[in-house]
Design a protein around this ligand. Structure first.
Ligand code: SAM
Length: 287
């Protein structure tokens, strides 16, 4: 166990993870601004991109590049700066470092080297999208990006289908259509929101059911997006296992393939496909 104060005058360097805007530059907090102005070195995911942000705020600091592909080596460089009693800030391309962006490995390495770390809070696209979505924000799961491969993506979704709380995904514009179609095939008719271009001039919230969202013209879904889906509702849960089991049994008896039977029962009863599949393999198939 260890306890570390990060506010006190530190005899050693401190690493600050600083949240930056996800669109609107005015969202850089005054505290973020003063930390960026006071540190000795700024490490950035993309020094060119962050260079523009820093120039806008007239911040001139030595920049080093720390991205997904060099995070481990560059974390060592950050640690050597902290050893030299330098304070370092890390900024990712947009929003909060470590949230679907580099930063997590840096934190782990700096913690292991025993230096203090502080997060300067600010924008996170997931939270910015969730709060006005109208979907339950008491309990939620931030999932981030689904796998880019369809089969893996479907497996991931099937694991999440029985989750009773809100789920938040990130997605890039070129995959949004395929992802919404896959989410619909597993999650069925649930309520969902696409939150697009948050904090920018084309900010838009699209509220509907997943089947409605799946009909949207892809060309109107440009820019950055967060997808927010309601969790499995109590109504959906209340179908008992025996009903599902009997429905499966009837179909298998009538020579339907296991794959089709599982899919059909899952859709018909709005029951998580992985659960129907479990019933088939662990119970019905063994009879
Ligand atoms: N670190 C960022 C954060 O704190 O939210 C996330 C970075 S991740 C590489 C980029 C993804 O975040 C995008 O594909 C999109 O899903 C989401 N995102 C980022 N900015 C957004 C915005 N302005 N509006 C909607 N979604 C956004």
């Amino acid at each position: 166990m260890k306890r570390q104060f990060t506010y006190k005058e530190s005899p050693q360097g401190i690493l600050y993870l600083v949240a930056t805007p996800i669109g609107n530059l005015s969202d850089l907090s005054t505290r973020a601004l003063s930390v960026l102005k006071e540190v000795d070195v700024i490490a950035a995911e993309d020094t060119r991109n962050s260079g523009r942000l820093l120039a806008h705020f007239d911040i001139k600091k030595p920049l080093i590049s720390l991205h997904e592909h060099n995070e481990s080596e560059m974390s060592e460089r950050v640690i050597s700066l902290l050893m030299d009693k330098k304070n370092v800030a890390y900024i990712s391309d947009a929003g909060s470092p470590g949230i679907s962006d580099p930063g997590q490995r840096l934190v782990q390495k700096v913690l292991a080297a025993d230096f203090p770390i502080s997060y300067i809070p600010g924008p996170v696209a997931a939270i910015t999208g969730l709060i006005p979505s109208g979907i339950n924000s008491d309990h939620f799961l931030f999932y981030g990006f689904l796998d880019s491969r369809k089969s893996r993506r479907l497996q991931e979704l099937e694991k999440l289908a029985g989750f009773p709380y809100t789920i938040i995904f990130y997605e890039s514009p070129h995959r949004i259509k395929a992802t919404i179609d896959d989410i619909l095939s597993v999650f069925q008719h649930r309520k969902a929101v696409i939150a697009r271009e948050l904090t920018k001039i084309h900010e838009e919230y699209i509220y509907g059911s997943l089947d409605e969202l799946a009909t949207i013209d892809e060309n109107s879904l440009k820019g950055e997006m967060v997808i927010i889906i309601e969790g499995l509702s109590e109504g959906e849960e209340s179908i008992d296992e025996d009903t599902i089991y009997q429905a499966l049994k009837t179909r298998i008896k009538s020579q339907m393939s296991a794959k089709d039977a599982i899919r059909e029962v899952s859709i018909l009863y709005k029951y998580p496909k992985n659960e129907v599949s479990r019933l088939y393999y662990q119970k019905l198939k063994k009879e």
